[in-house]
Design a protein around this ligand. Structure first.
Ligand code: PMP
Length: 451
């Protein structure tokens, strides 16, 4: 791989136009300093000064097969040359083939695919389907979750980004999902955490009134909130509660799906089949925006003779679907899911555990596949986070120093609150991982100064 020749002048022009005209997501526009990116390939990207970064973030945890995979780029080019776009009411090859391949991989009998533009609108539609299917108004969702930035999806979300958007009258009730390291249930073992979290959910259902609850939505493995693997038995327990009360079980696999956990879907880790499953990101490595909902036969049947009141101009856009078809073939033929599972267990986990031994700032290591979090703390005993919840500015200085040190060493880290997530592409190589862990080692030494 040869990065383009450095061209700082071109970079300055890109940056100037960005600062003048691009309004960035989730940001105070005057306080950000976005890097001008000149190019990307595989697990790396580089700036206009020629500095190269190893991307341990997979973009926003979506380039599951890395940047610029030639087979996917070629498929997009071919689709563009033959049928760039076509309205959603028609059957077109790229769309039907993408739906067929996705349905083949999704757990159990989730065989109908409704396509969206991304993850948030997939969540919106899953909730709408559940409400119409059950005729009930409420949705139960977890604190410490992220389900998207559109109005209903952000209302369902259980992280601080909801606060500024929450209308308070959206029919959403939040509960605590299991997370032993910061247990809300005073649990000391995974078994206790699991049993008490299920009891808490059952009580919440009883007090809300089961007949008023359309859906329970969970990220199979909560991602943005900290890659918190649910204890064995939890998701099966939620499945049982949903069955008992006629509640639609929605699993959000927007981040955890398509190889991230070392399985095609995180639900496969737990042998659980939801009624609706949302996806996006890894479905086509984010090369063209695409998301969707995989639908059970019972819910599909609700809309067999009654129209589904919802849709999108670009639902199943042929370019996005062609990218999905190529991505799914690459994943299967190049063993990408197996790579994530194998290197996750043989390289990432031991490396992260070794880093945790050496660095006092590491409170916990958790994850699987290419989906890992390091929780950084001031004190391992008290587990006080390295920065306070939702810290900004000076209060966030330790995490900012950590990130700056990683970048200095050529690693682009994923940083959220007091955590860094190790989420490289699922087809990352062992050598790339080792390079990344050396940089991470150096950056954690900087964070140690605050611990
Ligand atoms: N659900 C989950 C679990 C996510 O991680 C995300 C995005 N990070 C979304 C939904 C929203 O997806 P999008 O940004 O594509 O709308």
């Amino acid at each position: 791989m040869t990065p383009h020749l450095p061209d700082p002048q071109a970079g300055a022009a890109v940056k100037a136009a960005d600062r003048a005209h691009v309004f960035h997501s989730w940001s105070a526009q005057d306080l950000i300093d976005p890097l001008a990116v000149a190019g990307a390939e595989g697990s790396y990207f580089w700036d206009y000064d020629g500095k190269r970064y190893l991307d341990f973030t997979s973009g926003l945890v979506y380039t599951n097969i890395g940047y610029q995979h030639p087979r996917v780029v070629a498929a997009i080019q071919e689709q563009a040359a033959t049928m760039t776009t076509f309205a959603p009411a028609f059957a077109v090859e790229a769309r039907s083939e993408a739906a067929r391949l996705i349905a083949e991989r999704t757990p159990g009998d989730l065989d109908r695919i409704f396509f969206t533009n991304g993850g948030a609108d997939a969540v919106e539609h899953a909730v709408r389907m559940a409400r119409l299917h059950t005729g009930r108004p409420k949705v139960l969702s977890a604190y410490r979750s992220y389900h998207g930035g559109t109005q209903q999806a952000v209302n369902i979300t259980g992280d601080p980004r909801r606060w500024a958007n929450d209308s308070g009258t959206n029919g959403v009730v939040r509960f605590w999902a299991p997370f032993l390291y910061r247990s809300r249930f005073y649990a000391e073992t995974e078994e206790q955490e699991c049993a008490r979290a299920l009891e808490h959910l059952e009580t919440t259902i009883a007090f809300e009134g089961p007949g008023t609850i359309a859906a329970i939505i969970l990220e199979t493995v909560p991602g943005t909130a900290g890659i918190m693997m649910p204890p064995p038995g939890y998701l099966a327990g939620v499945r049982e509660l949903c069955d008992k009360h006629g509640i639609v079980f929605v699993l959000d696999e927007v981040m955890a799906g398509f190889g991230r956990t070392g399985e095609w879907f995180a639900a496969d880790l737990y042998g659980v089949v939801p009624d609706l499953m949302t996806f996006a990101k890894g479905v086509n490595s984010g090369y063209v925006p695409l998301g969707g909902v995989a639908i059970s036969p019972a819910i599909a049947e609700t809309f067999g003779r009654r129209p589904y009141p919802g849709g999108l101009t670009y639902s199943g856009h042929p370019l996005a679907c062609a990218a999905a078809v190529a991505t799914l073939r690459v994943m299967a033929e190049e063993g990408v899911v197996e790579n994530a599972a194998r290197l996750g267990a043989s390289v990432v986990e031991p490396a992260l555990r070794a880093l945790a031994e050496r660095h006092t700032c590491v409170g916990e290591v958790r994850g699987t596949g290419m989906f890992w979090a390091l929780e950084l703390v001031r004190n391992r005993e008290t587990r006080e986070p390295l920065v306070p919840y939702n810290a900004v500015g000076e209060a966030n200085a330790p995490m900012a120093a950590f990130a700056a040190a990683a970048k200095e060493h050529g690693l682009w880290p994923f940083v959220n609150m007091n955590r860094t997530h190790v989420v490289p592409p699922c087809n990352v190589t062992e050598a790339e991982l080792k390079e990344g862990f050396e940089a991470l080692d150096a950056a954690l030494s900087v964070a140690d100064r605050y611990a």
